[in-house]
Design a protein around this ligand. Structure first.
Ligand SMILES: [Zn+2]
Length: 88
């Protein structure tokens, strides 16, 4: 059951919503500076995360709902036709 969980989320620039950044891989991500290739603005890791927080939350919620929805569907399917078990 890996469907839906392994999707990756692109981080977007707080200014231009571009998704291409230049950063130094040798610097720890918490302290490194991300330079947007779209608008040239530079942002800290915190700023990027803050700007994307609502998108990340929405994505996590969507994944959760998908999983719950699938589980309920599977349950109903498994028990459909069985007269002795009723799902409330
Ligand atoms: Zn930008």
């Amino acid at each position: 059951m890996t469907n839906g969980i392994s999707r990756s989320l692109e981080l977007l620039c707080p200014t231009c919503a571009g998704s291409a950044f230049e950063f130094d891989d040798n610097i720890d991500e918490i302290v490194r500076t991300y330079q947007c290739l779209g608008c040239g603005g530079s942002f800290s890791h915190d700023q990027i995360m803050l700007a994307n927080a609502s998108r990340i939350e929405a994505e996590v919620e969507a994944i959760g709902e998908e999983l719950v929805g699938d589980a309920v569907k599977r349950l109903k399917k498994a028990f459909s036709g069985n007269k002795f078990i009723k799902i409330k």
